[in-house]
Design a protein around this ligand. Structure first.
Ligand code: COA
Length: 263
């Protein structure tokens, strides 16, 4: 897939500005719920993010002013047996893992309800910025379900066991202010500001060494991977930096009292 073919997508709007790709989940009449097509198209766009050097960072948001994403599309659940449900969850997990482990930074600009799979999508991103009206929750228990796209794990990592259990067992929603207090989001701002704030933050990040930014992501993720020693991973990645042009440029620029040029 190439950038100029992205207008053919039916559930996502995609635009590239100043190296930042904005992906808008575009099913506003269904609160941007994640159906099969959204996942298929998201995978195509993630292929492009991996391949296209013009793309340095990604913002994910939802269309309209009510929802970021109000979860998996519940209407697709009625036809699933246990095996198909497991496949659905595993597939969702794999797609979200591609975001979490991406070498390029992802920011979720949470412009409204982030429920169920929507909260899970936001949590898979590296950073979350929420509008004041945003609401967060894992309401799956209301449906006799549990989160299936990594929510039980990532929510626990982000807010701790007690708070994660409370949110997932009660199905309660958090306001943006509460999400900020809980450590679920990094920033709260007005709806008018959210995309701008996400892009500003990403402009700061993309001005740094891209290899170093990507190694920060890998090292932090290592902290949560079973069977991997995060400290050893940090040593490995720190050492790797010393073999890069980027590090030579960064250190030389500092010593020569000039700004580094990583591009
Ligand atoms: N899956 C499929 N459709 C969804 C959806 C979802 N997760 N969330 C919302 N929709 C649909 C509604 O069915 C409705 O469709 P319709 O107009 O064809 O009837 C439309 O989006 C608007 O939603 P509605 O419930 O009328 O809006 P609201 O403002 O009253 O409530 C929410 C908004 C987000 C609180 C409510 O839609 C909701 O609770 N959604 C489900 C959240 C959830 O349980 N997510 C976890 C799924 S595992």
């Amino acid at each position: 897939m190439e950038l100029n073919t992205l207008h053919s997508l039916s559930t996502l709007l995609v635009s590239l500005q100043q190296s930042i790709l904005t992906i808008t989940i575009n099913r506003p009449d269904k609160m941007n719920a994640l159906n099969r097509t959204v996942f298929q198209e998201l995978e195509k766009v993630l292929d492009l993010v991996d391949e296209d050097k013009q793309i340095r960072a990604v913002v994910i948001t939802g269309a309209g002013n009510k929802a970021f994403v109000a979860g998996a599309d519940i209407s697709e659940f009625t036809s699933l047996d246990q095996t198909a449900a497991k496949q659905l969850a595993r597939h969702g997990q794999l797609v979200f893992e591609r975001i979490e482990k991406n070498s390029k930074p992802f920011v979720a600009a949470v412009n409204g309800f982030a429920l169920g799979g929507g909260c899970e999508l936001a949590m898979a991103c590296h950073i979350r910025i929420a509008v004041e009206q945003a609401k967060f929750g894992q309401p799956e228990v209301n449906l006799g379900l549990i989160p299936g796209y990594g929510g039980t794990q990532r929510l626990t990592q982000l807010v701790g066991k007690g708070k994660a259990l409370e949110l997932m067992m009660s199905g309660n929603m958090l306001t943006a202010t509460e999400a900020l207090q809980w450590g679920l989001v990094n920033h709260v701002c007005s709806a008018e500001e959210v995309i701008e704030k996400a892009c500003q933050l990403l402009a700061t990040i993309t001005a740094k060494g891209p290899g170093a930014v990507s190694r920060v992501i890998t090292a932090v993720n290592a902290s949560f991977e079973k069977g991997i020693d995060g400290y050893s991973e940090e040593v490995r990645l720190f050492g790797e930096c010393f073999g890069t042009d980027e590090m030579k440029e960064g250190v030389s620029a500092f010593l020569e009292k000039r700004k580094p040029n990583f591009n």
